[in-house]
Design a protein around this ligand. Structure first.
Ligand code: BTN
Length: 268
């Protein structure tokens, strides 16, 4: 198996795996940074028509959704961020988080990972365990169009259980594939999948992917609780709408929840 080493990724292997699309991306690899999302978000916006990608081997302050920490051990994860620009006329960012989750799911499925599921808005699960997390942050806007930094963390090897917060079950690529690809090929496959899907997303919005997302919905038809520190809604998960909002059947009727700083948990 070709997964880990703790060295930075090999740039020429990434370029080779991207093939004809290599020029579409500007890729930097770093041995260490605080957070690849923070770095890309805080840099001046490049406008050279390329997608800027930052891969960090070790993050000292990796960030997850809802202000949480993202834990990863060197060599045990693929952690990177991409900066995408959408034209002003697109419906971005509605549903963008969900499209990102679906792109990761499809990419992993293409490698042979089975039974990939999505937990709204964008956790990637296998048998209920988290295989990948995604953090989407909007950075620009206005006349130049919307820009988003999309950060991905994929577990390549299991993290030591002692390092995990209570109750978090994780899956890792090394357990799911007999012959995992190199990290360079995995990264290139993800970038190509994002490129393909975000082009469609830019033209047609999340609606173009709603059916594919629903097929992988880990909580379809199940009781869930959705909320933040201010409160929770209990209901049955009906699916998502064309904007990627979660639709719930509650005692008070149908409710629609927009992906933001909310989390979804199974309800008893
Ligand atoms: C989550 O599940 O809460 C989202 C996790 C996102 C983690 C990735 S790792 C690369 C990028 N840099 C960060 O600081 N976070 C994202």
């Amino acid at each position: 198996m070709s997964i880990p080493s703790t060295s930075t990724l090999n740039s020429s292997a990434i370029t080779a795996a991207l093939g004809a699309k290599a020029r579409r991306f500007a890729i930097r690899t770093l041995a260490e940074c605080d957070s690849s999302n923070s770095r890309l978000r805080d840099e001046p916006s490049p406008d050279d028509g390329r997608v800027h990608v930052l891969v960090c081997e070790r993050q000292s302050a990796g960030r997850g959704r809802r202000g949480r920490q993202w834990l990863s051990a060197p060599g045990a994860s693929l952690t990177f961020s991409m900066r995408w620009r959408f034209p002003p006329e697109t419906s971005a960012p509605a549903g963008l988080s969900l499209v990102a989750g679906l792109a990761v799911a499809r990419s992993l499925e293409g490698l042979g990972v089975e039974a990939v599921q999505l937990k709204w808005p964008n956790d990637v699960l296998v048998t209920g365990r988290k295989l990948a997390g995604i953090l989407v942050e909007l950075v620009g806007g206005g006349a130049a169009g919307v820009e988003a930094v999309i950060g991905i963390g994929i577990n390549l090897r299991p993290l030591p259980e002692d390092d995990l917060p209570d109750g978090l079950a994780v899956a890792a690529v090394s357990e799911l594939l007999a012959s995992p690809p190199s990290r360079e090929r995995l990264l290139a496959g993800l970038l190509l999948q994002f490129d393909l899907m975000l082009e469609t997303y830019g033209a047609a919005g999340f609606a173009a992917f709603r059916g594919a997302w629903e097929q992988r919905n880990a909580h379809a038809g199940l009781p869930v609780r959705v909320g933040d520190d201010a409160g929770e809604i209990l209901g049955t998960c009906l699916g998502v709408d064309d904007d990627g909002a979660l639709c719930l059947q509650t005692d008070a009727g149908e409710r629609r929840v927009i992906a933001g700083d909310v989390s979804l948990r199974p309800a008893p």
